[in-house]
Design a protein. Sequence first.
Lengths: 214, 226, 92
Amino acid sequence: MIRVVGGLALAALAAGLVMAFGVAPRETTQGNVQRIMYLHVPSVWVAYLAFAVVLVASITYLVRRLEAADRLAHASAEVGVLFTGLTIATGSIWGKPTWGTWWTWDARLTSVSILFVMYLGYLLLRGMVEDRERGARYAAVLGIVAAFNIPLVHFSVYWWRTLHQPPSLMKPGPGTMPGVIVAALLVNFAAFSLLYVYFVAKRACLLRREAEAA
Amino acid sequence: MLTFARRAFIVLWKDLLVERRSKETLNALFFFALLLLFLFQFAIGPDRERLAGTLPGLLWLGFILSGLLGLGRTFVVERENDCWEALLLAPGDKSAIYVGKLAGNLLLMLVVEAILVVLFGFFFNLDLGGVLPGLAVVIVLGTVAFAAVGTLFAAMTAQVRARELLFPVLLLPVQAPVLLATVKATEAVLLGEPLGSVAHWLKLLAAADVVYVAVGVLTFDFVLEG
Amino acid sequence: MADNWGFVLAAYGLAAVVLLSYWRFLARHERTQTHRARPPRARPGVSEPLAPAVSEPLAPTVSEPLAPTVSEPLAPTSGHPRSKPASRPPLQ
């Protein structure tokens, strides 16, 4: 079953690449560098998806004490951090030719960085609590706090950046983007989501085997 | 409801008594705050303009650093006298303990912050008379958010082996939006602008306060479980 | 404006490397699990060498969840040749 998802993910990734390089047009103002967006934006969407799953799984664990929920939260957080890191890296690489600098405290990079550090702390907590059951409980609580923090991070960073400066070019939101670009984004998002599912399934499986072996 | 409040108050009262007798936390934090001021002065340099520009940020850095030290010790008192087990065995809603501890931490932080504000005013020659009410509002809103999450995380990390490391590492990223909001609001207040101009920041802080305290009350039981 | 294909390549390349590395991390640990679960067989060849010091390009925190496996009562398979069948716990 997992293999099927993996295969699908691979196919979708290929389709995504085709869309990003073959179908999508060359952007007028930025040139072909803009194609990095087909990597950067789906990445951040998947990260949010991952952290939403962490929230649901954490609440489920606290309420029902299902070990599977705990493993799902753990796996999803790990993959989420992976994609968040990828978002930051691709955003930075995109930024260098576009803004002339590797790093800038624009709204998206800043809020994604905060997310990155929050959930990295989640993984750190998991690694530092020896007792399995207690680690699961603590991580669940942290997962809930972190998830509720996300909207706060968003608003605060957005206001922090834009109220005294004009909004940056990279403002998220495909509001006025042509259909082809949106389509390419969605295909890549689907591909990344499938990859996310594949990774989380395998990781949770690994966690289950570890727990059984112990 | 009333027993909840009474239980919370008992925890608060106990902590206040312990602190009144030993005064160790407050004294140490006062000295720490003073030292921070020296550090900031040395780090930024004598240029008045530069200092004036960074003042709101420095003020909140001072609050946060002192808060990290003070909050990290929230449950240390319990661990040292086997009171932790007693706490775990206490009947009824453990969230009352959270509220009691939160109130204690809030009081502690507000006292330290008041001292820091006075010291800042003294060392950096600020005229704080007119802006004090506005400043107080911002400080209270920000401190509640900080203390709410800090108390929860302090309970979590109390039992973990590298607790002095893990506590700030977990707390600081979560507090990032609060820091942004408070510094911006403080900036405006210190410039003499009315509170209305930063209403959105204040609303964010208020929302954060509500969310954090609610999550704390709802999840504290799970953290304290033996 | 220059097209900066170098940057595009760098971004996609980095993504490919990161995702592939994570996939390999999962695959490798899955193999460790499968080997440990199966009963020990007298194998003439050397089992897959699993060096503990394989440098993961990912941050160390990714491998932290695996920490409990090392402290388990079973003999760790990483970095050591397979132990004698007699010393292994019987098949459940």
